[in-house]
Design a binder for this molecule. Sequence first.
Ligand code: ADP
Length: 162
Amino acid sequence: MKRAIYPGSFDPITFGHLDIIKRASKLCDELIIGVLNNKQKNPLFSIDERVSMIKELTENLDNVKVRCFEGLLVDFAKKIDAQVIIRGLRAVTDFENEIQLAQSNKVQYPELETLFMTTSLKYSYLSSTVAKEFASYGGDISLFVPPQVIPLIEAKFNSKEK
Ligand code: ADP
C-alpha cells in the first residue's frame, strides 16, 4: 500500500492546496495531510482550526486523512509508515527551497521519495499569504479559498481590528 504525506502549514487551506490534494489522492492508496504545528511561526489559525477546516473540506475524499505533526517531517513519515512526500511547485522561486528540503529529507531517510506536483495554472499565483493579505484589507478572497473558509478568515481580521 502506498501511503503519501502532503505536509504544510495550511494557514489557511486554499484552492491551490485542495487542487493538489484531489490530484494526489488519485495517485496513492492513502494520502495523509500533515498539518505542521510549527511553534516558531505565528499562524493566523490554531492547529485545531486548520485541521478541522481541512477535515471538513476533504470529507468526500475517502482515502484522505488529516493529521497534525510537530518536529521533523522524516520522523512523522517513519511514524506513520509513509513512503512518499507530495509537495506542490508553483514557480521557480519554490524550487530552490523545495529541492533543498527534499534532498535533506532523502539523506535522512533514503526510503522516502519526494514527488513534486506542478500547480494548476489557475492557482499558480495563490498562497495562504496572498489570501491573508487580501483579507486583511477587506478584499475579495472568494477566488482564493473555499466558501467555508471565508467567514473564518474575516472573523480573525475583524477581531484584530477591535
Ligand atoms: P509550507 O509552509 O510548508 O510551505 P504551505 O501550506 O504554504 O506550507 O504549502 C504546502 C504545500 O502546498 C507546499 O508544497 C506548497 O508549495 C504547496 N502549495 C501551496 N499553494 C499552492 C498552489 N497554489 N498550487 C500548488 N501547490 C501549492
